[in-house]
Design a protein around this ligand. Structure first.
Ligand code: AMP
Length: 406
């Protein structure tokens, strides 16, 4: 029997998201998530795609090991147990691969050590990813485990885009440079956009706008990333649900000197209390649009947050247009990009001189499929391309292990 199943794990500090896929036809067999690990009210939500019925259990799940065991039990109930010979590998999302990891990588002790060495540049994410890997290894020590890095797709950025204009020695000593994130999404969506245009990735230049709760833009030239908006951390760039994005770094000195705030307080302010939520009290674009569209009492505040969000987005479209020189497509993806027609309309409005326009009727269509929303015959295509990071991780994992390379 050929092993064709891949389990994809995305381990956060108190959560594990997972999907089991069958790579013989890229179909999903089960999806689920464990939340609030370490609390009394941990919750496991598991959906086998054979029935589509979600099973939910609540109760204490002490740590990642217990979480993964609980997931394995749920999978076993559906005949999808992790001890099955059909399981080919486990693919792990790892947030930070630094400059080292330019490709998905089969995990061994040296790889684990390097992911650990990168903790100072990803203190929130890499430790959780490591815990997930070690737990999965303990459960199936014989099985190949593959790390797929959020940063890998961006390692092709030229130095001119990747370096900050600060003292080179200091930058190198502390490994300060622009790494970028959401790489699996940018990789998947740029390829899917080329496919939508009937071209190969090497034939097109694409601006990808990944607009979720976290948001980032990338400039992809002939299949290779040449610039992206997130930097050393996922704080730089676009306005996000709770993060500020670009800002004069001197704001931080000002908050310390004049506001008397601590480093941790400023970190929390910029990462958790800024962006849309800081501007108007909501980080969900649906709620912001509702306030504007219904003319709610506080609609003006929501409108200002929306306008600031769009202004920043437009600046990045213009910047990446200039970086690429010629652009074949602008692709919107992730929660906001895939669903919020008013965001797409406003971001592209007024860019006709760049060959960019949105057709109102096409933009209003709701669909889970990749689609064009630019008018027929437009010089530059505008597209909505649903992202699928789990499928991309499973694909990359399976490609590495299918011929016994692991
Ligand atoms: P993600 O991080 O990709 O899961 O995206 C999550 C975000 O997508 C949410 O915070 C919402 O703001 C946004 N979103 C989801 N559905 C819609 C919708 N129908 N209209 C506008 N925004 C949406």
């Amino acid at each position: 029997m050929t092993a064709t199943r891949v389990l994809v794990l995305n381990s956060g500090s108190s959560s594990v998201k997972y999907q089991l896929l069958d790579m013989s036809d890229s179909s999903r067999l089960a999806v689920g998530l464990v939340e609030r690990i370490g609390e009394e009210t941990s919750r496991l939500k598991h959906t086998p795609l054979s029935t589509g019925e979600t099973r939910e259990t609540t109760g204490p799940i002490a740590d990642h090991e217990a979480a993964l065991k609980a997931v394995a039990e749920e999978l076993a109930k559906d005949g999808l147990g992790l001890d099955s010979p059909e399981l080919a590998a486990i693919g792990h999302r790892v947030v930070h691969g630094g400059k080292t990891f330019t490709q998905p990588t089969v995990i061994d002790d040296a790889v684990l050590a390097e992911i650990e060495r990168l903790i100072p540049v990803a203190p929130l994410h890499n430790p959780a990813n490591l815990t997930g890997i070690r737990t999965a290894q303990a459960l199936r020590p014989d099985l190949p485990q593959v790390a797929v890095f959020d940063t890998a797709f961006h390692t092709t950025m030229p130095e001119a885009a990747a370096r900050y204009a600060i003292d080179v020695k200091t930058a190198d000593e502390y490994r300060i440079r622009r790494y970028g994130f959401h790489g699996t999404s940018h990789a998947y969506v740029s390829r899917a956009t080329a496919e939508l245009l009937g071209k190969s990735p090497e034939e097109v230049n694409v601006i990808v706008l990944h607009l979720g709760n976290g948001a980032s833009a990338s400039a992809v030239e002939k299949g290779r990333c040449v610039d992206t908006s997130m930097g050393l951390t996922p704080l730089e760039g676009l306005v996000m649900g709770t993060r500020s994005g670009d800002m004069d770094p001197a704001v931080i000195f000002h908050l310390m000197r004049v506001g008397g705030m601590s480093t941790d307080e400023i970190d929390t302010l910029l990462n958790k209390k800024s962006g849309l939520i800081g501007l108007c009290g909501d980080n969900d674009m649906r709620e912001i649009r509702r306030r504007i569209d219904e003319g709610a009492e506080d609609a003006a505040q929501a409108q200002l947050a929306f306008d600031i969000y769009i202004h920043r987005l437009k600046k990045y479209i213009g910047a990446y247009y200039a970086v690429l020189g010629t652009v074949d497509a602008v692709a919107f993806t992730a929660g906001v990009g895939e669903n919020a027609a008013p965001v797409r309309e406003a971001a592209i409005a007024g860019l006709e001189a760049l060959g960019l326009a949105v057709d109102g009727e096409l933009n209003a269509v709701r669909s889970g499929e990749p689609r064009l929303i630019s008018p027929e015959g437009a010089r530059v295509a505008v597209a909505v391309v649903p992202t699928d990071e789990e499928l991309e991780i499973a694909d990359q994992t399976y490609a590495l292990v299918r011929n016994g390379n692991a």
